[in-house]
Design a protein around this ligand. Structure first.
Ligand code: TYM
Length: 330
């Protein structure tokens, strides 16, 4: 089976709708056909300050949400990044073949460091994409299902794999990103020009998987639309309505055209009400299952330890080969 690798940061109490639509639903659909590795990337999370107790809780919450959304820990390898030390070890090696200018061109770093200022941004935030490359390359990954915002990082990963292979001999599979057209970017409900993100300044446009249904319903009912009144997909001129249509389409598995037809001549309020219902139907079982899983943290930790054992086996084999190639004696 081809290998799939992907991950999310445990940087919030709940995943958000963008994570769910842009990544998690793809993961669930793909896990049958791939040897899949799903990682909770806590090493990435500490590139910005984290409260230790919260980081621990959020790590379990993120893993629980993977399982609750349909990741099967018996079939796929589900693990926590810090439990597999090969990630940091390979990241160091990759750091040494990455150009400073090359790393400086990563747009996510530029955005985040501009927001916080150069001195408030850690060197870890700067080398973050190189750690991500290590995550992916350790497992000889073929496919990386992610949202649009990770495209450039997967491109860097490909460049580093190719560079290492040509310098030291064939070692890594060169991976490909899988970015679903149409759902690669879910937008903020209050600011449909910006991607939905847990680090947005206001939470008013952010839908969280674990929020109570009434909180989510209110946010959807208040979503920004436009004055034109027609329910029609037009990303350019009607970003708010188009975002609502996209979300509705993904969660129901229906084509946008069929939804436009259903709502022809009706108001935005009707679309929002219908959407709130679908989101509730999707997230309520996930929320309930997450709470069940979190009620038994020992069992959850045991599942994650088992995943880490499996991940360690594969990752260590790759790291051994890398160390041989670069001339590290043992
Ligand atoms: P993170 O934790 O920010 O997001 C997790 C996944 O959710 C996707 N995503 C979105 N997709 C569509 N619309 C949105 N508004 C939206 N917001 C987030 C992201 O694209 C991502 O797929 N660097 C990664 C984590 C990572 C990783 C990896 C991913 C570390 N190592 C190796 C893949 C492979 C990140 O910060 O994702």
């Amino acid at each position: 089976k081809p290998v799939l690798f992907s991950g999310m940061q445990p940087s919030s109490d709940s995943l958000q709708l963008g994570n769910y639509i842009g990544a998690l639903t793809q993961w669930v659909n793909m896990q049958q056909s791939f040897d899949a590795f799903f990682c909770v990337v806590n090493l990435h999370a500490i590139t910005v300050p984290q409260d230790p107790a919260e980081l621990a809780a959020r790590t379990r919450r993120t893993a629980a949400q993977y399982i609750a959304a349909g990741i099967d820990p018996e079939r796929s390898t589900l693990f926590v990044q810090s439990q597999v030390s090969a990630h940091t070890e390979l990241a160091w090696v990759l750091n040494t073949i990455t150009g400073f200018g090359e790393a400086s061109r990563m747009t996510q770093f530029k955005d985040k460091s501009q927001k916080h200022g150069a001195d408030a941004s850690s060197v870890g935030l700067f080398t973050y994409p190189i750690l991500m490359a290590a995550d992916i390359l350790l497992y000889q990954t073929d496919i990386v299902p992610v949202g649009e915002d990770q495209r450039q990082h997967v491109e860097l990963t490909r460049d580093l794999a190719t560079r290492f292979n040509s310098r030291f001999g064939d070692t890594f599979v060169v991976p490909e990103a899988q970015i679903q057209k149409g759902t690669a970017k879910v937008y903020d409900l209050q600011n449909p020009e910006a991607k939905m993100s847990k680090s947005a300044e206001s939470e008013a446009g952010l839908i969280k998987v674990l929020d109570p249904a009434n909180v989510t319903r209110k946010k959807i009912m208040r979503a920004v639309t436009d004055a034109d009144g027609e329910i029609r997909y037009d990303r350019e001129n009607k970003p708010g309505v188009s975002n609502l249509l996209t979300i509705y389409s993904v969660l129901t598995g229906r084509m946008i055209e069929s939804i436009e037809q259903e709502f022809e001549g009706r108001g935005y309020g009707d679309l929002k009400k219908a959407l709130a219902e679908v989101v509730d139907e999707t997230f309520t079982p996930i929320r309930e299952r997450t709470e069940e899983l979190l009620a038994d943290p020992a069992e959850l930790d045991r599942l994650l330890a088992k995943g880490a054992d499996r991940a360690n086996e594969v990752a260590t084999a790759t790291l051994d080969r890398v160390y041989d190639r670069i001339g590290f004696i043992r």
